[in-house]
Design a protein around this ligand. Structure first.
Ligand SMILES: NC(=O)c1ccc[n+]([C@@H]2O[C@H](COP(=O)([O-])OP(=O)(O)OC[C@H]3O[C@@H](n4cnc5c(N)ncnc54)[C@H](O)[C@@H]3O)[C@@H](O)[C@H]2O)c1
Length: 261
């Protein structure tokens, strides 16, 4: 999906951080391309040295002005990213948090059996990391801004094999509402974007993911699977000033899947 030229400068002058690009299938990459296409200036992160060669060419493609490592398990790294943004830009208009993690054995097991360490790690990387980024972004969003995170329908309904990640996404969606209420008076909006299933690397950790894709295609009113460009363009719309009175949403980009019994 290409950006219509009439919309090319929709986000001109806006500056934002996108976390979660692992490769060209990542949802965060769909967002980076769309936001760049609409004229936004980007800061991008990569997980570690192993990931860097995969992300670097992508960062170049969207002319990322800031490109830094960020592993939420490494103390001080998220703070360093926001310090660099403060030094180089002095302000921030949007953050896209598109990361999640659960230890393999915790994800594969029943929620009933989740060990404490697996539960805490899942919550830390998949939920608390967004709260921490909001905390660090707040002082930089002096003209207001928008904070985005990625969630999934498995937060609301029991989706086979989604297990502990459903619990983390439910907490994440609740955090979105509380932070939207707390930050709204400063003109900072907070949203969770809820895409239908997409074949990404994170998704490959979920058993029988192909069956989930097939069900999504069959059941969604649109009879189509969602692409990362769909997620990117819709997210970009919510970052535009025209959407300034929309906040605290869990916005489904799923071809209507979630309305069907
Ligand atoms: N793929 C889907 O079907 C789907 C559907 C709805 C929501 N989501 C959500 O979208 C988000 C992005 O996932 P994706 O599907 O694009 O997969 P992806 O594998 O491309 O992205 C996941 C990202 O999380 C990052 N990450 C993992 N642990 C991290 C850590 N400790 N610190 C920093 N980053 C870390 C990875 O480096 C990677 O960039 C996730 O929150 C996921 O739950 C995915």
């Amino acid at each position: 999906m290409s950006i219509p030229s009439a919309m090319a400068n929709l986000l001109d002058g806006k500056k934002g951080l996108i976390v979660g690009v692992a490769n060209d299938q990542s949802i965060a990459w769909g967002c980076a391309r769309a936001f760049h296409g609409f004229g936004a200036k980007l800061a991008l992160t990569y997980l570690n040295d192993k990931a860097k060669p995969h992300v670097e060419p992508l960062a170049r493609e969207v002319e990322a002005a800031i490109f830094l490592p960020l592993d939420m398990n490494v103390p001080g790294q998220v703070e360093a990213v926001f310090e660099t943004i403060a030094e180089q830009w002095g302000e921030l208009d949007f953050v896209i948090h598109s990361i999640a993690f659960a230890p393999r054995d915790t994800l594969a097991g029943r929620v009933t059996d989740a060990p404490l360490d697996g539960f805490l790690k899942t919550m830390e990387i998949s939920c608390w990391s967004f709260m921490r980024m909001a905390q660090l972004a707040e002082p930089l969003m002096t003209n207001g801004g928008t904070l985005f995170t990625m969630t999934y329908y498995g937060s609301q309904m029991v989706v086979e094999n989604y297990n502990i990640m459903g619990v983390a996404k439910a907490a994440l969606e609740s955090a979105v509402r509380y932070m939207a209420a707390e930050l709204g008076p400063k003109g900072i909006r907070v949203h969770a974007i809820s895409p239908g299933p997409l074949a990404t690397r994170a998704a490959s950790g979920i058993p029988e993911f192909d069956a989930l894709l097939e069900k999504a295609r069959r059941k969604a009113p649109a009879r189509e699977l969602v692409g990362i460009a769909d997620v990117g363009t819709t997210t970009a719309f919510l970052a535009h000033d025209a959407a300034r009175l929309i906040t605290g949403q869990v916005l489904y980009i799923d071809g209507g899947y979630h309305i069907i019994d």
